[in-house]
Design a binder for this molecule. Sequence first.
Ligand SMILES: *[C@@H]1O[C@H](CO)[C@@H](O)[C@H](O)[C@H]1NC(C)=O
Ligand SMILES: *[C@@H]1O[C@H](CO)[C@@H](O)[C@H](O)[C@H]1NC(C)=O
Ligand SMILES: *[C@@H]1O[C@H](CO)[C@@H](O)[C@H](O)[C@H]1NC(C)=O
Length: 347
Amino acid sequence: MARPSLLLLLLVSACAALSVADDDPMVRRFERWMGKHGRAYTDAGEKQRRLEVYRKNVELIEEFNSGGHSYTLTDNKFADLTNEEFRAKVLGLGAPGRAGRRAPRTENFAPVTMPEKEADDDNSTLPKEVDWRKEGAVVPVKNQGGCGSCWAFAAVAAMEGLNHIKKGKLVSLSEQELVDCDAEAVGCAGGFMSWAYEFVMDNHGLTTEASYPYLGVNGVCQTAKLNETTVSIAGYRNVTANSEPDLLRAAAAQPVSVAVDAGGFVWQLYGGGVFSGPCTAQVNHGVTVVGYGETSATGDEASGKYWIIKNSWGAGWGEAGYMLLQRDAGMPTGLCGVALLASYPLM
Ligand SMILES: *[C@@H]1O[C@H](CO)[C@@H](O)[C@H](O)[C@H]1NC(C)=O
Ligand SMILES: *[C@@H]1O[C@H](CO)[C@@H](O)[C@H](O)[C@H]1NC(C)=O
Ligand SMILES: *[C@@H]1O[C@H](CO)[C@@H](O)[C@H](O)[C@H]1NC(C)=O
């Protein structure tokens, strides 16, 4: 791809800084985008910096989309962030610099070859498609904001789903209680879904979103709320690592929390369709599988199968907050490591 010379780039950005907004179509597009996403910047300098990031992202999006993939990128709510800023802001799996409860070690799950027998496991009794949203087991998409609390959202969505399946009640539950009160986790600095389940087991329950609303910052634990045990779990189970067939069985029964590598610009700017990478198996984000399916829209058979991923980045990302992630992509870890660290609660 031909790149303009450095000099030309410098000239272009210098001109952009000086010129009146109207004669740059990107400025108009950026201002429409700001309006749509309710964005305001502290000063003209910051707006200019954000415009240049947005411009680069739009170029990236257009180049990617012209390549004809099974999914598209779009200038969603993260389009004014560099990929580094995005990664620092919206992930949160893990516990940097914390020697508390032992962290699950994904390195132990280095890709292995699936034994033939497991791959052949009979799945013929499983439905071809499952969508827990259609069963009324999924509350509207939430937004973790600038807090690394994905681990809480990923576990809470699985507990909300199981509560509906077992008790017939759809109740939105509190992530903030986990962020504030799980002494072992580090709140907005990260955690693991297994820790969230262990907290709810030890506390004999979790309260509602309404009673302990999400703030998106580390707060002091409201201990008076700990006895509001609206939903309790009997335990949780880990899905066999490196087994998409086992993940399929689990997801057919209930929503399942999973870990993925969501750090790339293709996740950042994902707009819709069956996501097929690139991504790695170095997981850094927690999300919830709320079903699976298959599309016949694409000629490429393999890219037709997907997991329905519920994310916690608000409805202004992906397909109204969801992603279709390619299933059975031909690697034991699953695409983006989706089959490495999956777990689900028990009631
Ligand atoms: C799930 O796996 C993690 C390690 O990744 C482990 O720490 C935890 O004890 C396991 N939980 C269960 C219920 O097996
Ligand atoms: C069950 O396994 C077969 C063979 O691996 C596969 O073609 C089929 O799509 C699987 N079923 C579901 C529901 O994914
Ligand atoms: C929880 O404990 C507080 C006192 O700490 C008490 O006022 C409240 O009634 C209790 N709530 C429930 C649901 O037991």
